[in-house]
Design a protein. Structure first.
Length: 275
């Protein structure tokens, strides 16, 4: 004679729950969410790491592309974060803002109202290669660009002269001290250039080839503003690490400013200890 199998209280509860569709659906949802979280965790980690490594440089390029002179300094703060250094230049009624990134520096001069009169970008890393357009020069119908850590001085000047039909030539300025130096070329041509001045060259706070720099210092001395003093091997070998542009109509104010005359981008003494 078969004996009846006794059903325990636990089995009755499980049986009722298994037949409860709302309970089953609820656990399916919980399980799906748990699986999603488990799978998304490594995906999120990879996304964060991508932004911190390979994806970081393209993101920084886009930030720099958004910058413009003649705007309020708040635009730079929104794009780059808070400045690491703010200097007041009282005699000139100017302020100098320095933004620090592991790949580059941005130096901004403003008037007392916060209007950006000029800004300069200096590449710190050899692999960082942002491009900047020269308004409105074109090469075969395309905007002429200066790419930091790629374009040489010898690459840029002939294209500028060709773009203006040979009517415009850059001016050259060098300064070599015991431990400080910079070299840059400037361009201003009124209306064809939107009344903006453009400067490009090397800043001792950025990445550069020290052998070529030392060679130039030995050949032309400590200070010069004559392009004919600059050897061709230097101009053809040195890749620019700094680009600077002014707001329209501001070139005369900046050219006459002692603060601007001694600043082509950041001051390496100020930023050398900032990471």
């Amino acid at each position: 004679m078969l004996s009846k199998h006794k059903i325990t209280l636990k089995q009755r509860i499980v049986s009722k729950l298994e037949n409860n569709y709302l309970f089953v659906i609820g656990w399916l949802i919980v399980g799906t969410v748990a699986i999603g979280i488990t799978l998304s965790t490594p995906v999120s980690w990879l996304a964060i790491k991508y932004k911190e490594t390979l994806g970081n440089i393209p993101m920084q390029y886009k930030k720099l592309e958004s910058l413009s002179a003649n705007v309020h300094i708040s635009n730079f703060v929104n794009a780059l974060g808070n400045p690491a250094i703010v200097n007041s230049i009282e005699k000139e009624s100017l302020k100098d803002y320095v933004f620090v990134n592991k790949y580059y520096y941005v130096d901004v001069l403003t008037n007392e109202d916060g209007k950006v009169l000029s800004f300069a970008v200096t590449a710190r890393d050899k692999q960082f290669k942002p491009a900047f357009e020269l308004p409105p020069i074109s090469e075969n119908g395309k905007p002429l660009k200066i790419t930091l850590n790629v374009s040489t001085l010898g690459d840029i000047s002939p294209l500028i002269e060709e773009g203006y039909g040979g009517s415009t030539h850059p001016t050259c300025t060098t300064m070599f001290g015991v431990r400080r130096f910079w070299y840059f070329e400037g361009l201003y041509d009124g209306n064809p250039d939107n009344y903006q001045s453009v400067y490009y060259g090397i800043n001792d706070a950025g990445y550069l080839d020290m052998d070529l720099i030392s060679d130039l210092a030995n050949k032309i001395g400590s200070m010069s503003s004559d392009c004919r003093d600059v050897p061709n091997e230097f101009r053809n070998g040195v890749r620019v690490n700094t680009f600077m542009i002014t707001a329209p109509f501001e070139f005369m104010a900046l050219e006459s400013s002692k603060a601007a005359q001694i600043k082509f981008g950041v001051d390496s003494d100020e930023v050398r200890v900032i990471k």
